[in-house]
Ligand binder design. Structure first.
Ligand code: RNT
Ligand code: ZN
Length: 416
């Protein structure tokens, strides 16, 4: 693309934004510094390297587009390739099942830091910081209930797993000199009418208290609420109410996955409430279509509003941004890049909001003026600023990344 034209368009956009009190240089700078945690599981449909067992635990990938990463080298190659098409420096979010197990079966209650040493080294070489997730799905002991299982042996197994994962996260954080964020999501629930609703929640709270008891300086734990899982439709132990209460009372980070609420709910409005009561947020930016379908994130109203609420609350330093979608129906690397760039677009759009003026109008009761400015802000030259951001960071501008992904598909993924 013609660099001069991009720069010229940016200069014009900068003036337009300045007129409504927005500093575009500052917005671009903040965007460049905001890390997004790239979910390794978009490369291989959440399969990992532990076994060939399919997905369970109420989540599902749909589609069978060719070229799925089949091993650790392919996952790494794909992440590296995707990362080069995204401006800024980003984190990598690993699940426990992506350990480097050297071809041996390592059960979840036996996992150690050594199984992630090669990831720690790889991340360092590639300038990425790591985040982590315990994995309670896709295992013979997963069943319907893991940390909330009334059988103490099963519960203990998952407590041990999750504790070990926290130690792995702590080692990752220490190696990178920056806390590793570890997410705990358990699928626990029931397909059918459930009468022991309170009991399972008591067990989950007790298991989590046990897991989180130890203070580890280089990691931060977060817990993820959910509406329901496939095959677990009638009851979810870790519902939103459960985790709101849990996180507020224990001062634990709340993981907000945008696909985990009623389809018509306004997820963004949860942010200004949660921020009052929980220490930090972990975001799983996703796109539900009729259910928690984990479609590729795009620049839609829901995602735009999500980032607006974070920026309006001045809470970028209290929100960890991660992606969580898994689309196997289109080129997976393409999906990876579209979703990450869309997340950046939504954040940039929030950073370019004429918030000073909007706040003033609202304070003064100038309803018409506020609504008018919100409307006009939608057609401000946002694209020129995003193009400049990408140019400045040396990554493809606009649709330029399409042929790059096509080339990688032709040369690499189509040969798998
Ligand atoms: C499932 C949760 C969870 C998973 C990942 C793979 O509904 O969103 O975050 O998607 O851990
Ligand atoms: Zn999630």
């Amino acid at each position: 693309m013609d660099e001069k034209k991009i720069i010229k368009a940016y200069e014009m956009a900068k003036e337009r934004y300045a007129a409504i009190g927005v500093d575009t240089d500052k917005a671009v700078d903040i965007l460049g510094k905001t890390q997004i945690s790239l979910h390794c599981w978009q490369t291989d449909d959440v399969i990992g390297f532990e076994s060939d067992a399919g997905l369970s635990g109420g989540i599902q990938t749909t589609g069978n587009y060719p070229g799925r990463a089949r091993n650790i080298d392919e996952v790494r190659a794909d992440i590296k390739f995707a990362k080069n098409l995204i401006a800024g420096s980003h984190r990598l979010n690993l699940h426990e099942i992506y350990g480097d197990f050297g071809g041996k079966f390592v059960d979840r209650d036996k996992v150690e830091v050594k199984h992630f040493q090669s990831w720690i080294d790889w991340a360092k070489e590639n300038g990425m910081k790591l985040d982590f997730n315990s994995t309670s799905f896709g295992h013979p002991k997963s069943g319907d209930l893991s940390l909330a299982n009334p059988d103490p042996a099963i519960r203990e197994f998952w407590i041990e797993h999750t504790k070990r994962c926290r130690h792995i996260a702590d080692a990752m954080g220490k190696a990178q000199g920056d806390p590793c964020i570890m997410n705990i999501w358990v699928h626990d629930g029931q397909k059918e009418l459930t009468v022991e609703r309170k009991r399972y929640r008591e067990l989950l709270a007790a298991s989590l208290d046990e897991i989180l008891k130890e203070d580890l300086p280089w990691m931060k734990s977060c817990v993820e609420a959910k509406l329901f899982g496939i095959g677990l439709e009638s009851y979810t132990v870790g519902s939103m109410d459960f985790f709101e209460g849990y996180c507020a009372s224990r001062k634990v980070i709340y993981t907000l996955d945008t696909g985990h609420y009623e389809p018509t709910e306004n997820v963004s409005d949860k942010i200004p409430s949660l921020l009052l009561f929980v220490p930090e947020l972990m975001l799983h930016v996703s796109r539900p279509v009729r259910w928690d379908s984990d479609h590729v994130t795009i620049m839609n109203d829901q995602t735009l509003d999500l980032f607006k609420e974070i920026v309006r609350a001045d809470a970028l330093d209290r929100a960890h941004i991660g992606l969580d979608y898994f689309d196997a129906s289109i080129n997976r690397i393409g999906a990876y890049v579209i979703g990450t760039r869309a997340t950046q677009k939504c954040l940039l759009s929030a950073l370019l909001e004429p918030i000073g003026l909007l706040r003033k109008y609202e304070d003064e009761g100038k309803g018409f003026q506020k609504l008018a400015l919100l409307e006009e802000a939608k057609t401000m030259p946002f694209g020129a600023v995003f193009d400049w951001f990408n140019l400045k960071n040396g990554v493809p501008v606009g649709e330029e990344f399409i042929p790059e992904i096509e080339k990688y598909e032709k040369e690499v993924t189509s040969k798998r």
